[in-house]
Write a protein that binds this ligand. Structure first.
Ligand code: FAD
Length: 481
């Protein structure tokens, strides 16, 4: 039995490994010259500075049931604290690994934080299958929701009502807005609160680590595991038509799937893929630095990720702008300083930093100055440390990886309508109407992020279909329908 996987992102590779482990002969075809899709690193600025081109921080990678069971050869680096949020007065709030040290910083909001987060942290093992899959979620996995409907309601709500109804301090609200901002949704839109809760809980349960040496080492470890189980990978091999194989897993955007299918889908499915919505894009900057970022709030140096947005209202305005077509004057910036904890990425005595903000899909606005102004605001003297910089706007991101449509890094907007039903309302979203052809990219559940669970889930559906077909074929002729 032969399987072809189109695209070598984390989902393509996870799906390919699952198929190869089941005994299929697997070939992966990757359009770009490097494998890994959103898992790649490169010397974007100066020789010796390794920058993550797309993803940098991988809580979902360590939490992923698919990757956990592979026991990959990746060395995870854990910063002292997952994330920090500096304020204009020179102080900061940190997400710490344990709930208590985090809650203690929140003053009068400490009890509200404990009561919201502790039950979710305690129930993580039960909740992970709902969040990450494998999808479609089994009825047994749904049973964990019994008695936890209040948590489900909170997770499905928008960040603003959740935060305003439970937390009194402006600082706590601003700090929480930073986590909700990862949703790339307006904070008034559901389920932005769910992203906030999931990222906080992941910080407490698994941390927000990153692979030593850069994201590419994670992709290379997946590729090595695939080769161990007999799979082949061809880079520089764009696919322009659906290949003939028993199973085709497409780690591609819905519109690319339409192109590959070349009119073979029924009108209804084709219409639904055409109606699929992409979310805001990203504008990214990487810096080679002469030293560590001089945070005014020194404790920011303990965190791998720093959220630069000041207040709740500023972050909310930035996300509304990106959603509704107006790039923010003061964008909410997500910054990673991985080399502080992993010196193998930079020449001795130097540092690097990675940052991006959300912009309207396909925006051509240059956000570099605005992003640097936000870093300088909380780290005066930052600009003087810049040795070189490299920027990637939505068009360049899409040119680097055609799945990043208009710079959308989640493979499609992750609002309530498209969270579970992606790319279309179907019981099993991975199956397409064409026999043996499955979509397995972040445009399927559970969506964006480096977890490989879209690929893993799609491969399991494909294997189940193959088994069902084989058992139909084995049945005596008289009992066949
Ligand atoms: C700037 C940025 C920052 C991010 N930060 C994080 C982060 O810190 N943590 C995190 O978890 N996630 C992050 N993400 C998101 C994450 O990278 C993606 O959600 C994830 O990579 C999606 O995986 P995928 O396998 O679905 O697709 P991708 O990783 O996009 O891979 C798809 C692959 O398919 C290939 N392909 C497409 N069409 C074809 C074709 N026709 N023929 C052959 N090959 C094809 C592409 O070239 C690509 O290599 C970030 C993304 C970006 C862009």
């Amino acid at each position: 039995m032969k399987a072809v996987v189109i695209g070598s992102g984390p989902n393509g590779l996870a799906g390919a490994i699952e198929l190869a482990r089941a005994g299929l002969e697997v070939e992966v075809h990757e359009a770009e010259s490097e494998l890994g899709g959103g898992l790649s690193s490169s010397e974007l600025t100066l020789p010796g500075f390794v920058h993550d081109v797309c993803s940098a921080i991988h809580p979902l990678g360590v939490a992923s049931p698919a990757f956990r069971e592979l026991e990959l050869d990746v060395e995870w680096v854990h910063p002292d604290a997952p994330a920090a949020h500096p304020f204009d007065d020179g102080n900061a709030l940190l997400l710490e690994r344990d709930v208590e040290s985090t809650a203690r910083q929140l003053g009068a909001d400490a009890a509200a934080y404990r009561s919201l987060i502790e039950p979710l942290v305690g129930a993580w093992e039960d909740l992970a299958p709902l969040l990450l899959g494998p999808h479609p979620v089994s009825p047994k996995a749904l049973l964990v929701l019994r008695g936890r409907l209040h948590s489900l309601r909170a997770a499905l709500s928008a960040a603003r009502p959740l935060v305003e109804s439970r937390f009194g301090s402006e600082r706590t609200r601003a700090w929480l807005a930073g986590f909700a901002g990862h949703s790339m949704l307006p904070l008034e839109r559901r389920p932005s609160a769910g992203f906030c809760l999931a990222l906080l809980v992941l910080g407490h349960v698994v941390g927000w680590p990153f692979p030593r040496g850069g994201a590419q080492t994670f992709a290379d470890a997946l590729a090595a595991r695939l080769r161990e189980v007999g799979g082949d990978i061809h880079t520089g091999s764009p696919v322009d038509d659906l290949p003939a194989a028993d199973v085709v897993l497409a780690d591609v955007a819905p519109r690319e799937l339409l192109r590959l299918a070349g009119g073979r889908f029924p009108d209804g499915y084709e219409g639904r893929l055409r109606a699929y919505r992409h979310g805001p894009g990203a504008f990214k900057v990487d810096w080679a630095l002469d030293g560590p970022i001089p945070w005014q709030a020194e404790e920011c140096a303990r965190a791998g990720t720093v959220h630069l947005g000041g207040s709740f209202e500023e972050i909310s305005a930035s996300e509304w702008g990106a959603w509704s077509g107006r790039p923010a004057g003061k964008p909410f910036v997500l910054l990673a300083q991985t080399s502080l904890f992993d010196p193998s990425r930079v020449p001795e005595g130097k540092q690097a930093a990675w940052a991006y903000c959300h912009v309207p899909n396909d925006s051509s606005e240059d956000m570099m100055e605005r992003i640097e102004a936000q870093v300088e605001r909380f780290a005066p003297g930052f600009r003087e440390l810049i040795l070189a910089r490299h920027t990637l706007g939505p068009a360049e991101l899409q040119a680097h990886n055609r799945n990043l449509v208009g710079g959308d890094l989640n493979g499609g907007a992750m609002d309530l309508g498209q969270l579970l039903f992606r790319p279309a309302r179907r019981l099993v979203p991975y199956r397409t109407p064409l026999r043996g052809v499955y979509l397995c990219s972040a445009s399927t559940p559970p969506g964006g992020g480096v977890h490989g669970m879209c690929g893993y889930s799609a491969a399991r559906v494909a294997l189940k279909d193959l088994r069902a077909e084989a058992s139909r074929y084995r049945r005596p002729r008289s009992s066949r329908p």
